[in-house]
Design a protein around this ligand. Structure first.
Ligand code: PPS
Length: 689
């Protein structure tokens, strides 16, 4: 601590203790002359650490100004005091330890962090966190209650957790505009340090406009708990198309992170340093979650000097076991199985099931050289950049080696049906940067089963390829087998894993699903939906719920009109209810107009995590609907008596690629409903018992 910091610490502490004291008394308590005290006070006020506040209850007739104001710490002042307190304590502890050693000949047990780092191997020394001490956090939390709040999205909570616990070291907060531009264009912070992923705080335009630069805000989780504060130093409108091109390789909504960027993230980014108050609360698998420092301390305790990390968002099968064994042997390192339990690719096996699967196979690994820890990361599926990012995060968690497989963190196909990245792009980018990163890559050999030798081998190492039977089951094939209740061979996975997967993913014919009709008013959606409902109820087995446009508008959405905003809200509500029904194994039949493609897509994404989403376009033309005009609404719309009428004075995005399109002209309702039934059967959603 410098002299200046000590003086500031004393000043802040004294102001905090006796806010009503006069300047003279404060100066006396701090132990400096009045002139010097005034200078210190002025500078602290300029820095926004102290402010004046009027004192109630003093004599209004008094002309002495000093008696009418109190000096109080601002939120930033309190944060600064907390930080300095922690440093002051650390120094005092170190002095105490030295005295202890002098008097007793042994250490008090307290090792100040700085000494500790120099004695330790780099990857095992403690890493800086953004948290203040427990006592300071308690205080800050109370003060932060008065700040303007931002409610974090699930992805921002993941990002904040890793910022605060050092997983995103060297970042000290959400990126500033200059750092963002530099990361997007050069994969580096403005300091020159390698950092491939923009970690930004996206917010709505209204929220951004309500703030002033320099203001502190509270960051809250979804239940309103204050996790951190942030000083807003930057606010800007990002060029998202450019970000998509640079970071994800294409401005294509088929990429999950690009889709998120355009359709979920707020329009404005805020940047600034973060002060950590508390970790996000997790109720699940607590004992399996570790901060970087907890893992580093575990490795220290176990005497693990080399650790190879295995990143995964999938259940572990035999091929993974083989490759992790090999990687550990190759690097002569211990193994950390480090699965992501934050946000992964939409449609992945949920993390509850996965963790149960990991736990089921952990005893197949040697206990003394293998550990498993869960990482609350929100993946972006950015392939090469993501691999480098994952490597840096693992380095921060104390690992020395990192496994990079074929198509690491791949996002799947782009909208033209091609892969976004080459299968080894991630390995190439990692290799180029690994020296600077300080973590070494172990590249993943694609492992396949050689039946004759009853073992897994790396495909590129099999010399007698033509004479042996090479077996492999892709992720898509595995999903198909699970969905259809087909056999999953023992050579592919462990019985314990298959059992867990079958428990959460029963065959498709027993899962919930949603049939989502869309089309113009009067196209016949409701009539076909009704007929379908009756047919499904006749078959039995799963509960069926009909969410018809008119019914929903009477119940769920009675206060809504037909503006774009209200229609979106209406459809999102229908989507929410349908996703709950689907999740719980029922059949939801929805029949709203749902005119906008982006909203239909959002609903599809909400539902596909739980079961199938079958979009049925009831393709009756607008001319035919108007000719039928069952409710007389088209006439009123033409006369201008109903505004924003779909197809007349409001747009309808024709579905480009629905699961089914039914024509209703000259086809009876029964036949239309039957076409849907056949489609459901072909998708495996209904089957004979
Ligand atoms: S949306 O756009 O999906 O929210 O619409 P939805 O909830 O399905 O609409 C249900 C019925 O509202 C009647 N109606 C209108 N439709 C379109 N545009 C305007 N402006 C409008 N005003 C009222 C219409 O009868 C819809 O019924 P359906 O069942 O589609 O015939």
């Amino acid at each position: 601590m410098t002299d200046e910091e000590q003086a500031l610490f004393r000043l802040l502490r004294q102001v905090n203790l006796t806010p009503r004291a006069s300047q003279r008394d404060l100066a006396k308590a701090v132990g400096v002359s009045l002139g010097r005290f005034n200078a210190q006070l002025k500078s602290a006020m300029t820095d926004g650490l102290i402010q004046t506040s009027d004192l109630d209850g003093t004599d209004p007739a008094s002309t002495d100004r000093r008696k009418r104001v109190a000096y109080v710490l601002t939120h930033r002042g309190a944060t600064e005091q907390a930080r300095l307190t922690d440093r002051f304590l650390a120094r005092k502890f170190a002095e105490y330890d030295a005295l202890h050693a002098e008097l007793t000949g042994s250490s008090s047990g307290y090792v100040p962090p700085n000494n500790r780092t120099t004695l330790m191997q780099n990857n095992l020394a403690p890493i800086p966190e953004l948290y203040v001490s427990y006592d300071s956090a308690q205080k800050l939390k109370v003060e932060a209650a008065d700040l303007t709040s931002h409610d974090l999205s699930p992805r921002q909570i993941c990002d904040l957790e890793l910022l605060m616990n050092g997983g995103f070291n060297p970042l000290k907060g959400f990126l500033s505009e200059a750092d963002y531009n530099s990361v997007v264009d050069t994969m580096r912070l403005t300091t020159g340090e390698l950092w491939p992923m923009p970690i930004t705080l996206d917010v709505s335009e209204d929220f951004a406009a309500s703030l002033e630069i320099g203001q502190d805000i509270a960051l809250r989780d979804q239940e309103g708990v204050i996790l951190a504060t942030m000083t807003v130093t930057d606010r800007w409108t990002p060029n998202k198309a450019h970000e998509a091109e640079q970071v994800f390789g294409a401005d294509d909504d088929a990429h999950p992170a690009v889709n998120y960027l355009h359709n979920q993230a707020g329009k404005i980014y805020l940047g600034g340093p973060v002060t950590g108050i508390q970790q996000p609360v997790h109720y699940d698998f607590r004992a399996r979650r570790d901060t970087p420092n907890e893992l580093r301390s575990y490795f220290r305790k176990m005497g693990w000097r080399k650790v190879v990390a295995f990143q995964t968002r999938n259940p572990l099968h035999r091929a993974h076991q083989e490759l992790t064994f090999r990687a550990a042997r190759e690097a002569q390192a211990n193994l950390l199985i480090h699965p992501v339990v934050g946000l992964t690719k939409p449609g992945d096996v949920d993390h509850f099931t996965r963790v149960r699967c990991y736990e089921a196979v952990l005893d197949k690994y040697p206990q003394s050289t293998t550990s498993m820890s869960l990482l609350n990361l929100a993946m972006r599926m950015a392939g090469p950049r993501e691999a480098v990012w994952h490597g840096l995060i693992r380095k921060n968690h104390g690992c020395t080696h990192f496994i990079v497989g074929r198509d690491h963190a791949g996002p799947g196909k782009n909208s033209a049906g091609d892969d976004f990245y080459g299968p080894y792009d991630a390995q190439d980018l990692f290799r180029e940067n690994q020296e600077e990163m300080g973590i070494e890559m172990v590249d993943f050999k694609h492992m396949v089963w050689v039946d004759e030798r009853a073992q897994y081998e790396a495909i590129d190492e099999i010399e007698d390829k033509d004479e042996v039977t090479i077996l492999n089951i892709s992720g898509t094939e595995l999903r198909r087998r699970l969905q259809e209740g087909l056999e999953i061979p023992e050579w592919f996975s462990f019985p314990e894993v298959v059992k867990e997967l079958r428990r959460t993913k029963p065959p498709r014919s027993k899962q919930g699903f949603t049939v989502f009709f869309t089309g113009f008013s009067g196209s016949g959606k409701s009539t076909i939906a009704n007929a379908l409902m009756v047919k499904l109820m006749e078959m039995g087995g799963r509960p069926v719920t009909l969410l018809d446009g008119d019914i929903v508008r009477k119940n769920l959405s009675s206060e809504l009109g037909f503006s774009k905003e209200h229609r979106d809200l209406n459809i999102r509500r229908i989507g929410y209810v349908a996703s709950e029904i689907t999740k719980n194994g029922g059949i939801a039949i929805c029949a709203p107009i749902a005119p906008y493609a982006t909203t239909r897509r959002a609903v599809r994404e909400d539902i596909e995590g739980f079961g199938a989403f079958v979009e049925v376009h009831v393709a009756t033309s607008i001319e035919e609907c108007e000719r039928r005009d069952r409710k007389g609404l088209y006439k009123l719309a033409r006369e201008g008596k109903i505004k924003e009428f779909t197809g007349i004075s409001d747009p309808y995005d024709v579905p480009v690629d629905p699961e089914l399109r039914v024509e209703t002209e000259n086809v009876d309702v029964d036949n239309c409903a039957h076409q849907v039934l056949l489609k459901l059967e072909s998708m495996g959603l209904i089957a004979a018992e």
